[in-house]
Ligand binder design. Structure first.
Ligand SMILES: [Zn+2]
Length: 261
């Protein structure tokens, strides 16, 4: 930004100018450091520019660097910080593309993770609340955990937990075992939805588990598999820390407590 000094009190103008420059520099460095810290701690790049060739079946438009910076600071950096350093890279995540108008196989999509490429495309064109974006991020991360665990497409043990009357993709009439309606869409989405709900709102999930035995069994299996896929690094301490992270009315996260971590 170009600033011109026209006032008679050049000393005062110089003070104002230096204050503006300092403010601008500190705002910029705080935002840049979120992206830098994500790269440093997790080995993941956050980009608002698209790759030269988009993967088959995906279309998207470039987002803006302002959105990439804002979501890195408010959502990606704090939420990825729940995971042990290096784990997400080991699960195969290399790049987060912040995009607009994401369409996957002809359908508008909130996000998609492509494990073979190590890329996660995430939609930000809507004025989403940070909470929803965070929830989407954790959902996609579970698809990577599921793949690492070897149950992404074939999971008889999981399906056997569902009520006998239930079939994925059919009209959902509120059977036990599902925390969100989208969970009933298909098996992989069910697992990703439950993981994300646990990371975001574990207390609410446990409330439902008091009267929903199927859901309680699914929670136990998700936690067991997450621990296994992370070589034990995402076990009780991970879930405990996630439960300390709360959201205020402005959609900003904070930790209710930090001790012993
Ligand atoms: Zn999904």
């Amino acid at each position: 930004m170009k600033l011109e000094l026209t006032g008679v009190d050049s000393r005062l103008s110089a003070v104002v100018l230096s204050a503006l420059v300092l403010h601008s520099a500190s705002t910029g460095s705080a935002e840049e450091s979120s992206i830098e810290l994500i790269r440093k701690h997790h080995g993941i790049d956050v980009r608002c520019t698209l790759p030269d060739i988009l993967p088959d079946g995906i279309s998207a438009k470039e987002s803006t660097d302002i959105l990439a910076l804002r979501y890195s600071r408010n959502v990606f950096h704090p939420e990825l910080g729940l995971y042990p350093p290096g784990l997400l890279k080991r699960l195969g995540l290399k790049t987060i593309y912040v995009v607009n108008d994401l369409v996957v196989d002809g359908t508008d999509a909130a996000a998609i993770v492509l494990p073979e490429e190590g890329s996660l495309y995430i939609e930000t064109v809507f004025p989403w609340r940070n909470v929803y974006l965070a929830s989407t991020l954790h959902h996609e991360i579970y698809h990577l955990i599921d793949r690492k665990d070897g149950h992404l497409n074939d999971d008889k043990k999981w399906c056997a937990l569902n009520p006998k009357s239930f079939t994925y993709g059919e009209e959902f009439d509120g059977q036990d075992g599902f925390f969100t309606e989208y969970s009933a869409f298909d098996m992989a989405e069910d697992k990703a939805e439950l993981f994300s709900s646990l990371v975001m709102f574990e207390n609410l999930v446990w409330q439902k588990c008091k009267t929903d035995v199927v859901l309680a069994k699914k929670v136990a299996l998700i936690k067991q598999r997450t621990a296994k896929a992370s070589s034990g690094r995402c076990s009780e301490a991970f879930w405990e820390r996630a439960s300390w992270r709360k959201w205020n009315n402005q959609g900003q996260s904070f930790f209710e407590r930090e001790e012993n971590y």
